[in-house]
Design a binder for this molecule. Structure first.
Ligand SMILES: Cc1ncc(COP(=O)(O)O)c(C=O)c1O
Length: 848
């Protein structure tokens, strides 16, 4: 055992690992979660994982028993009814809810349960819907029903709590009201006040943004009307009903309804034990259930109805009244196998286990410092009795900062984490109130972000210097110390914490690429940099062919990416989705004017005549990355051939010589360097990708070295320049010299560098014996030293041909292997700035 784990166990050993349970954590992982080998799954707040034994038990149960529709009267239907009855009881037991007082209504999830309450709650224009700022959107959405009925709705923040000196119970809670929301006030003002309004107060048992666990004592406080507003206004008249959103908290601390008699509790089962999805429940107090108004009737909820007159008799039972249609009885049948796991481990032990890991993680992250002493991590949420939080849940949410104090975008962390097989969540987690509160985003910030087109899951992770979301690590009952320390903490430390030994790489991360002012041209010509190979990829994402000389066109290498494969739904196919595309080999014989295509999956090869108009395929216009293309399809036989080659239906399209060249509109062009000045074929970003053999060989040295990072999964992968799908490979000079180039001559042809090429997972695909293999390399290693701000990982440079001719086969220029490469240093002072901008604005990952 390593020293760090010993240290961890010294502090948390009593809580970590289920020592008293039938299986320890290591046994659980080894026998029930074999599929997690090599992966750190840290997104249990979104969905926890099912155990492999749980699924075996479910399969055995379903294949051994006959479960019929519970609305029938057969033996199999009675078997189902028994199972459903037992499941309801298990749910009530889980929340310590007496079946006398509570009912379990199955829904399709927590959200559906919340919607049911919102729809059926007895709102009036005197009602209040009050919720904490830390509520999920699915709770906040209830306000639509409230506002429609003239009720007022507002969010609150808990500011202070006073406790009774003798009993220690909460005497009152002081809260700050956010803006009061009301609609159609005039319409409802005319109505009489009846005095018996129902109000709803909703809070999460655990905030899914910060992990803060609200004290369930709030239930009594609200019901006893002990809320005091900080502005001195009275709390509302009428009856208060309390809803606990237990969707996040229920996996490790289900609300105890025998102590805290809430009226409504909602949750989803996949958050408890991973399977089934599409099933949740509303636990409702029978008194509160009587107030709910059910409008719709359906199969399942109706005792009798007459088709052609307004007569309906709804069912009496609370569950039956609210469960429309046939309940998902096979999913319900599988619940007992999930509860079995939780019961065998016990909830208090699960809670201690997960919270030991979260506390450890929080402590380590809080202590992390850069070499200049600045904090690496800003953690969100902390517990205090004043804010009515009893403790923190097994969730850690934070953002990272660079040594200069600037923020590291959360999407950057997420993308990099995925290279290390770490799965976590970033963004605002559907919790807009907590997000605004913890990230200090004003209404103006939020509206500006939304108007600028920001949506929760996009890549705009830093807007006007502020994070627009956070990174969230959340733990489940099967999470381990190794997930947290050896995977996650080591990843953060090696990727984001500056240490003296990393200074070279950090310089790169902080400021793009170093420049040398003098002797540029002479140095390179002296070193003899020349063109080593030329590769043409006629069909986007398929294999290309190398050649000694090739004509240039105004769109790059003649015929390069002139064709693409499209799915039947119009999606452009690339290796990212269809790795088999790299097994399709292409070759163009210019003298015959034929494109030859082969695939190991097709007996016969295919030939496409380059200058033929004989194709029966229709012409159409397609839009791709902001550019409109006139394209031509092919005969059915061609599409059938490609469909067989990639194992899914597709069509081949060719980019016709067209004047429909549209530059990106301003909005699209923000943050992208896609070539907008000249027409491109179907390449993503630019006409050419240039790779240097010296840079590849430096990369291979790093892939070989044992002291790069601490990622144990790194094997000694070696890559060949062709792994990067370059058009041009050069040889000579020093590694990464190409980063500094601006204008380049190859022989007597002029090119301009558009900056570094942002690499994606596609470079991790390797072909071996006609099989496509995917590993973490070389992207993981590149990420460790070629990452620039915004998380882009640059390798190779993109070029544009500075062609004088208009369109098509330009001025009869050819590139020739062996030609020398001369970087132009004449405009160095001026162009250095342009180059630096180019480097940082590459956004779309290249899938050339
Ligand atoms: C706190 C909270 N409430 C509600 C929900 C909605 O749950 P579901 O998507 O299962 O309906 C979630 C989902 O993550 C949640 O975390």
């Amino acid at each position: 055992m390593d020293a760090a784990k010993e240290e961890f166990l010294k502090e948390f050993g009593r809580d970590y690992g289920y020592s008293g349970a039938p299986k320890t954590i290591d046994e659980i992982r080894a026998t029930e979660f074999k599929r997690l080998e090599g992966v750190a799954y840290l997104d249990h707040a979104a969905a926890t994982l099912y155990s492999e034994l749980q699924m075996e038990a479910i399969l055995k149960d379903l294949t051994a028993n006959i479960y019929g529709n519970p609305h029938s009267q057969s033996d199999s239907s009675f078997a189902t009814s028994d199972i459903v009855r037992n499941a309801r009881q298990q749910v009530l037991d889980y929340f310590k809810a007496s079946p006398k007082d509570y009912k379990c209504i199955f829904t399709s999830g927590a959200t559906a349960a919340l919607k049911l309450v919102g729809e059926a709650f007895p709102w009036s224009h005197q009602s209040n819907f009050v919720y904490t700022m830390e509520n999920h959107n699915s709770v906040i959405g209830i306000r639509e029903y409230a506002l429609e009925q003239g009720a007022q709705a507002y969010a609150i923040e808990i500011e202070d709590t006073e406790r009774d000196a003798f009993t220690g119970n909460i005497a009152s809670v002081q809260v700050t009201k956010h803006q009061m929301l009301r609609r159609n006030e005039a319409k409802f003002l005319a109505k009489n006040h009846t005095g018996s309004a129902y109000n709803l107060f909703a809070f999460p048992s655990e905030c899914n943004f910060s992990g803060l666990k609200f004290s369930l004592e709030l239930v009594k406080t609200v019901k006893e009307d002990s809320i005091r507003y900080s502005d001195g206004s009275p709390s509302s008249n009428g009856h208060w009903k309390v809803l606990i959103d237990a969707a996040k908290g229920c996996a490790t601390e289900p609300p105890d309804l025998s102590k805290y008699p809430a009226d409504f509790v909602v949750f989803s089962f996949y958050k408890l034990f991973g399977y089934p999805t599409g099933l949740g429940a509303l636990i409702v107090h029978t008194d509160a259930a009587k107030l709910l108004k059910k409008t719709y009737f359906s199969g399942g909820t109706v005792a009798a109805s007459i088709a052609d007159i307004d007569f309906v008799k709804q069912r009496e039972g609370i569950e039956e009244l609210f469960e429309d249609g046939t309940i998902p009885f096979l999913s319900i049948a599988s619940l007992c196998h999930g509860f079995k796991i939780l019961n065998s481990l016990t909830i208090p032990a699960i809670s201690r286990h997960t919270s030991s890991l979260a506390t450890y993680l929080r402590n380590v992250l809080a202590a992390l410092r850069h070499e200049n002493g600045t904090r690496v991590c800003t953690l969100y949420g902390s517990c205090s009795s004043k804010t009515l939080c009893n403790k923190m849940g097994p969730l850690v949410s934070f953002n990272l900062r660079r040594p200069d104090g600037s923020w590291v975008g959360h999407r950057e962390v997420e993308k990099l984490a995925s290279l290390y097989s770490i799965q976590l969540r970033t963004g605002c987690f559907c919790n807009p109130g907590a997000c605004a509160k913890y990230l200090d985003l004003s209404h103006l910030d939020l509206v500006t972000n939304i108007e600028a087109g920001h949506i929760c899951w996009d890549d705009n992770d830093i807007i006007n210097g502020k994070p627009s979301g956070a990174v969230r690590v959340s733990l489940g009952y099967m999470s381990t110390y190794e997930d947290v320390k050896q995977k996650f903490i080591d990843f953060v430390t090696s990727s984001f914490v500056s240490m003296p030994t990393h200074s070279r790489d950090l310089q790169f991360c902080g400021r793009s690429i170093p420049f040398t002012d003098t002797g540029f041209e002479s140095r390179y010509s002296a070193f003899g940099v020349d063109l080593k190979s030329i590769t043409v990829y006629p069909i986007k994402s398929c294999a290309g062919f190398s050649t000694d000389r090739w004509p240039l066109s105004s769109r790059g290498l003649l015929y390069d990416r002139e064709w693409l494969l499209q799915s039947l739904t119009g999606e452009t196919l690339t290796q990212k989705k269809v790795p088999e595309m790299c097994l399709i080999h292409t070759y163009i014989d210019l003298s015959q004017g034929i494109l030859f295509i082969n695939s190991p999956r097709c007996k016969e090869g295919l030939q496409i005549i380059l200058n033929s108009n004989s194709s029966n395929g229709k012409r159409e216009e397609i839009s791709l990355r902001g550019q409109i293309y006139q394209v031509q399809g092919y005969d059915k036989e061609v599409d059938t051939w490609f469909s067989a080659a990639i194992g899914r239906p597709c069509t081949l399209l060719r980019h016709l010589s067209s004047s429909h060249c549209v530059s990106l509109d301003e909005r699209d062009s923000v943050g992208t360097c896609r070539e907008s000045r000249t027409c491109l074929n179907f390449s993503n970003e630019a006409q050419f990708l240039l790779i240097s053999e010296e840079s590849v060989s430096d990369l291979n040295n790093r892939l070989n070295s044992t002291d790069v990072g601490k990622d144990v999964r790194r094997t000694s992968v070696q890559v060949n320049p062709m792994r990067f799908r370059p058009n041009l490979v050069i040889s000579g000079g020093r590694p990464y010299a190409e980063d500094e180039w601006i204008n380049i001559k190859i022989g007597n042809k002029s090119f301009r560098s558009l900056g570094g090429c942002n690499r994606c997972q596609m470079i991790n695909f390797a072909t071996d014996a006609e099989q496509v293999l995917k590993t973490n390399e070389p992207l993981s290693t590149l990420a460790s030293y070629r990452r620039v701000k915004q998380g882009k990982i640059l390798f190779g440079i993109l070029l544009r041909y500075e062609c004088e001719a208009e369109e098509g086969n330009s001025n009869n220029s050819w590139l020739q292997v062996g030609e020398s490469i001369i970087p132009d240093s004449k405009q160095l002072g001026d162009t250095r700035r342009i180059h630096a901008d180019m480097v940082v604005c590459q956004v779309g990952k290249s899938s050339r």
